[in-house]
Design a protein. Structure first.
Length: 234
């Protein structure tokens, strides 16, 4: 099974397991994967997919392929939006829209993905699932680390990445664990968090992963400035 087949199996199995009613996908990603997602959601009664294609090329590509394979049955399922996620998601949030599953594809600029993650976190229901493709890219990895380490998202499952963690990072972490407490506390104030807690320890050393949003215990707001500062410090 190649990577694409593994991704399709991974994502569609999660859809089958959770039976989402309101799904959100940011970015077209791989067209075959997106069509597989559409077909899987189409088997769920009253399910809906909001697909944000931020560029004209993505938007046209999806429409062209839909017409080519004559999958008109999906037209009632998919709400296709040709507006960047960082522009449309704030409107969705203030319209009190919620989603129980979000699928996020990489490829956009860091600031756009930052805003997208911020509003996905706000719109995702308690115990909702967020599936992240290209999780091993620099931008997506930073955002994944933030969700796990600062927002208490838990790793549900993942596709393992073939990439090995840097040897120097493992060495520094081992040395830090042996150091006296007052030294390690000082180091944590100045050292890149990725050197202190590895991607493997957080469960984000992979190409595709699924995270679960924690159970809401009252409304805990995520401050955007705090999010931005944390990501920059990474």
């Amino acid at each position: 099974m190649n990577l694409l087949e593994s991704q399709i199996s991974f994502v569609t199995s999660l859809i089958k397991k959770h039976q989402p009613q309101d799904a959100l996908q940011i970015g077209l990603g791989n067209l075959d994967l997106t069509l597989a997602i559409c077909h899987e959601l189409n088997d769920i009664d009253d399910a809906a997919l909001t697909l944000i294609t931020p560029s004209l090329s993505q938007h046209s590509s999806f429409l062209k392929h839909m017409n080519k394979v004559k999958v008109g049955m999906l037209s009632d399922l998919v709400e296709l939006i040709r507006t960047p996620a960082d522009e449309v998601l704030p409107d969705f949030y203030f319209q009190n829209r919620t989603v129980d599953m979000a699928i996020i594809n990489g490829g956009e600029a860091f600031d756009q993905m930052l805003v997208a993650f911020y509003y996905v976190d706000k719109m995702l229901v308690s115990k909702g699932t967020v599936i992240i493709n290209d999780a091993d890219s620099p931008v997506m990895k930073k955002l994944c680390r933030y969700l796990v380490s600062e927002r208490d998202y838990t790793l549900q499952t993942s596709l393992e990445s073939a990439d090995k963690p840097p040897v120097i990072g493992n060495f520094l972490r081992k040395q830090l664990k042996r150091a006296p407490g007052f030294i390690s506390d000082k180091v944590k104030m100045f050292v890149n968090p990725e050197l202190l807690v590895s991607d493997e320890e957080l469960g984000v050393q992979c190409s595709t992963l699924a995270l679960t949003k924690p159970i809401d215990e009252g409304e805990i707001d995520m401050d955007f400035d705090t999010l931005l500062e944390s990501i920059i410090n990474e």
